[in-house]
Each structure stands twice: as C-alpha cells, then as structure tokens.
Design a protein around this ligand. Structure first.
Ligand SMILES: Nc1ncnc2c1ncn2[C@@H]1O[C@H](COP(=O)(O)OP(=O)(O)OP(=O)(O)O)[C@@H](O)[C@H]1O
Length: 133
C-alpha cells in the first residue's frame, strides 16, 4: 500500500491518465442519476430554473449565481452518494459513526439545496411579482 502511494507521487504527468480520470468521473455521473433519485429532482429543478431564466431574461450575473448554486447541489449530492457507498462497504450493521457520517453527508446536500432555493427566490420572486402587477 505504502509502495503504491509512493509510486503515485512519483508518477509522471500523462494525458492518457487524465482522460481516463474523466471517464471515471463520467461513470460517477451515470451512477448519480441512475441510483440517486434526489438527483433527478435536482435535475428537474435545474431544467425548470433554466426555462424560467430564459422566460424572465435574467442577467449574466443571475445566470452565474444560479449555475454556481446548482453545481454546488450536484457536487454535494455526488459526495453524499460516495460517502453512502463507502459507509455501506465498511459495514451494513447499525453503527453510530456510520449513522453520523451519513447524516452529515445528507446535511451537506440539504444546506446546498436550501442555498439554491434562497438564491432562486431572490432572483425570481421580484420578477414574478412585477409580471403579476
Ligand atoms: N450502517 C448504519 N448505521 C447507523 N445508521 C445508519 C446506517 N445506515 C444508515 N443509517 C441511518 O439511516 C439514514 C439513511 O441511510 P441510507 O444509507 O439508507 O441513505 P438513503 O436513505 O439512501 O439516503 P438518501 O435518500 O439521502 O440517498 C442515515 O442518514 C443514517 O441516519
């Protein structure tokens, strides 16, 4: 194991290896939407928000803010799933620290989703109100 870590440090830069990393990351992307049903809800929200963005012709800054928070939600969801897989590999028995670890990972997703919701409300609520008036 130590030998493997040492080799990784001394490994020369390789474009082929970097491309391979992209391939693994893309595999993770597929897992995310296949097994994490929350991600499908987030994807649906992203599509809805994008349509709303075009409809209300939001500014460049508002687009940037929206994509930052949406990216944050998907990244949190990916880390959450990763922790869940790893925790289940360690033990499927009820264990206090595994429970805490999973709860914290889920809290991370909740924080990201709540932040995205607040940003969405700040951007769209005034536009919806002025449309209705
Ligand atoms: N091995 C365990 N030991 C103790 N508590 C656990 C364990 N596995 C799950 N839990 C508890 O059950 C909760 C749900 O865990 P689970 O792995 O089923 O996630 P999930 O329902 O798939 O979550 P999500 O819907 O976010 O994907 C955890 O947050 C934790 O509180």
């Amino acid at each position: 194991m130590e030998h493997k870590i040492k080799n990784k440090v001394e490994e020369p830069f390789s474009f082929k290896k970097r491309l391979e990393s992209f391939r693994y990351a893309f595999k993770g992307f597929v897992w995310l939407f296949r097994f994490e049903h929350n991600s499908r809800i987030h994807l649906f929200s992203l599509i809805a928000v994008t349509i709303a963005g075009f409809f209300f012709q939001i500014s460049k800054e508002e687009w940037a803010l929206l994509f930052i928070v949406c990216g944050f939600v998907f990244a949190a969801e990916a880390f959450n799933s990763s922790i869940e897989f790893l925790a289940d590999e360690v033990s499927l028995e009820k264990r206090d620290k595994i429970g805490k670890s999973k709860d914290l990972a889920a809290t991370g997703v909740l924080i990201a989703a709540f932040t995205a919701l607040i940003i969405g409300l700040i951007i769209f609520v005034p536009k919806i109100i002025s449309l209705l008036n």
